[in-house]
Design a binder for this molecule. Sequence first.
Ligand SMILES: Nc1ncnc2c1ncn2[C@@H]1O[C@H](COP(=O)(O)OP(=O)(O)O)[C@@H](O)[C@H]1O
Ligand SMILES: [Mg+2]
Length: 364
Amino acid sequence: MTLNHITILNYKNIKEAELDFSPNINCFVGSNGEGKTNVLDAIYFLSFTKSATNAIDSQNVRHGEEFFMVQGLYDLNGNTEEVSCGLKLHQKKQFKRNKKAYKKLAEHIGLLPLILVSPNDHELILGGSDERRRFMDIVISQYNPTYMNLLMRYNVALQQRNILLKQEEEPDVEIMTAYEEVMAQCGEPIYRMRNEFITEFIPVFQDYYSRISGDHEQVSLTYISHCQRGPLLEVIQRDRAKDRAVGYSLHGIHKDDLTMTLGDYPIKREGSQGQNKTYLISLKLAQFNFLKQTGSKTTPLLLLDDIFDKLDANRVEQIINLASDEAFGQIFITDTNRENLDRILERSQGDYKIFKVKDGVITE
Ligand SMILES: Nc1ncnc2c1ncn2[C@@H]1O[C@H](COP(=O)(O)OP(=O)(O)O)[C@@H](O)[C@H]1O
Ligand SMILES: [Mg+2]
């Protein structure tokens, strides 16, 4: 899939832009705060019907204006697709595919797959375990249609059990058991699906890491779950008294985590900023690989925001070489330093275009 052309009106600090893209590499260069991330965000919007950074649609309208509009022309497996989004202040947003408005926005998700690597992603390494579960959930649900349903049923039972645990009077054992049984029935297959996913994911991830770092460091990923302590129903029920004392369920797949290591130590504690970033980009590239093979019928777009930041020149060059390989399709990169990019792009094989971004104005 390629995004061949985009029209942007009043999106964040971009007043007006009409851009033709290279089918391979597209770079946006400019100083801090000029609008590079905003261009990527407009592209992100067309895939996900929302901004990656701002959950409130109206805040994406350029200050002092009444509306924004973003329109993209895509080549999707040989067909041209026109996707557009418009928002007038105080009105419902209009999201259209080939001039026809969607009834439900959810119908659009997945049509134009996209992976964004942004500085905000460091939460995946440094943040709480919920970030890592969400990462697994997003990837697995893209190729496994039963996964989300199991997870929803599990979460409902978990919430109901937690309500019982919090109440003043002693909980009814039969009702409690019924919730625990649903948690076990749904939790066990979720555990198996996460486990299968991680087992397949690890070698792909490690391969990317070693290619970017030049085989410098050993990294790994370990899946940790209470399911590894025995049948889930028993594990949940064993600590009922403790659960009651704290007022919530201490055991179950809602506590699953991924341990991320560099050498023998957690990367969270030991990793340098550049190593963290390499780790993150490798995770995302492996995710791209998974999405491409299992979840979608086309090659996703790859957006790399602030790619040079905190990485040495070798690593950046490896990433650009990797990303311009044909396994990846069209990529969009932002950077503050033009010289870095010029040097690397001249050496890479792919076709590329460089855009200058200054105060919301984008020129080729
Ligand atoms: N709704 C908006 N209207 C006008 N300007 C905006 C809006 N939202 C964000 N901006 C501006 O966009 C700029 C940040 O752009 P960004 O793309 O993140 O910069 P960078 O080039 O560093 O990636 C800031 O100066 C901010 O004030
Ligand atoms: Mg930026």
